[in-house]
Design a protein around this ligand. Structure first.
Ligand code: PLP
Length: 412
């Protein structure tokens, strides 16, 4: 579903977009979940403007001291002994390619495992390792060789028709079977999103990641956490890997790292995995000074004392309000999320995904309430996502849910 707009937005202020005629729209999804600090956070704007005036670009041969500062900041908060990094990407897609190259080079193994419904990017390779067949259709080169896909831990629609706590984690058993029977016998890595973002805000059940880590250890598989959406404070923790105790070997970051939408990505890993030569993964605009400066300024804001506690607190407010809506409206099968990353599962009378209603909610929110929301195109398409910037105020969160409820009353 694509929202077609006639409006031309002129300014971004906080979490609002203002159109030609001065009408303000509230962005309930922070751009494409990348405006972690809203449209014009003063600290990031100031630092980026200053950097552009001084020196916008030089070759990555010379930007290393700037990059190292950011990497030091990123690894300071990283779990599981992650203490090294690579910052020669500006998109999440190629950061994920970088992570899989690292795993393949380090292990000497070939296969890459990922989850159904996952989204790891739009390059042909990243499409290939993502868990949706429809995105590979018509693009023969986007079926990444050595790529295996396994069922996602989507408890609301369990692929095995089971339910917690008695399911015996058949989704983990399925991964074990794939390693045993479907792989080439040589698996390099498993890449997971801590919360399947575009797939429908799917949160794996408690215990899942611990079993996954155990399985990876048994088979010497590198575990990559794609935190392109969940990283940099989105869940109230710097990394969702910490919240869910995932213990990844590598974390990939993009989106929120640029604060106000400046494109930047990073790959952080345990130093044993720092195996790439520069010529093996490097782009002209990778580690450019505008991006690196935005990342540094963003980290300065997100790591301010109390900032993440406030995200947790605002996340509870948002979650309580959305869970209240789920109780009130029978077509919301579930409100699920953590921190400021929430989704509403929109269902029909038989509990099947109601894509038409989800799209109607998103369209009416935009046209009638001037509220910007997004759907779950890479999942079943029936999850309405609510993910304001981390800087949204309590009042703005209440306003977002108020406008959303006005739409729900109408479509109900
Ligand atoms: C979890 C995840 N990984 C990777 C990507 C790809 O990032 P980019 O669009 O910056 O290439 C996305 C983009 O939506 C994403 O959500």
């Amino acid at each position: 579903m694509q929202t077609v707009t006639k409006e031309r937005f002129r300014y971004g202020r906080g979490i609002q977009l203002i159109d030609d005629s001065g009408v303000a729209y509230i962005d309930g999804v922070s751009g494409t979940f990348n405006l972690s600090l809203g449209y014009n956070h003063p600290h990031v704007v100031e630092k980026v403007q200053e950097q552009v005036g001084n020196l916008a670009h030089m070759s990555s041969t010379f930007t290393e001291p700037y990059v190292n500062e950011v990497l030091a900041h990123l690894t300071e908060y990283a779990p599981n002994g992650i203490d090294a990094g690579w910052m020669r990407d500006i998109t999440g897609s190629t950061a994920n390619e970088c992570a899989t190259k690292i795993a393949q080079k380090y292990t000497g193994a070939s296969d890459i495992i990922s989850l159904f419904l996952s989204h790891h990017g739009q390059t042909q390779f990243a499409t290939g390792i993502s868990g949706n067949a429809f995105r590979r259709k018509k693009f023969p080169n986007s079926s990444a060789p050595n790529s295996l896909h396994v069922p996602a831990p989507y408890c609301y629609r369990c692929p095995f028709n089971s339910s917690r706590p008695d399911c015996g984690f058949q989704c983990i058993e399925a991964i074990s079977d794939s390693i045993e029977y479907a792989s080439s016998g040589s698996v390099a890595c498993m890449i997971i999103e801590p919360i399947l973002g575009n797939g429908g805000n799917i949160i794996p059940p408690e215990g899942y990641f611990q079993l996954l880590r155990k399985l990876c250890d048994e088979h010497h598989i590198i575990l990559i956490a794609d935190e392109v959406q969940t990283g940099i404070g989105r869940t109230g923790y710097m990394y969702a890997s910490e919240l869910f105790d995932i213990k990844p070997d590598i974390i990939t970051l993009a989106k929120g790292l640029g604060g106000i939408g400046v494109p930047v990505a990073a790959v952080i890993m345990q130093s044993r995995l720092d195996v790439l030569e520069k010529h093996e993964h490097s782009f002209t605009s990778g580690s450019n000074l505008i991006s690196v400066t935005a990342a540094k300024a963003t980290m300065e804001v997100v790591s301010e004392p109390g900032f993440l506690d406030k995200v947790k607190w605002k996340g509870e407010i948002l979650g309580n309000l959305l869970e209240g809506l789920a109780e009130k409206y029978s077509f919301i099968g579930e409100a699920r999320g953590v921190g400021l990353m929430w989704g509403l599962e929109i269902v029909d009378r038989d509990d099947a995904p109601d894509v038409a209603k989800a799209n109607a909610i998103i369209e009416q929110a935009f046209s009638d309430q001037h509220l910007i929301l997004r759907g779950s195109r890479y999942g079943f398409g029936n999850v309405v996502k609510v993910r304001p910037s981390l800087t949204a105020t309590e009042d703005e969160i209440v306003e977002i849910v108020g406008r959303l409820e006005a739409v729900l009353r109408n479509v109900g």
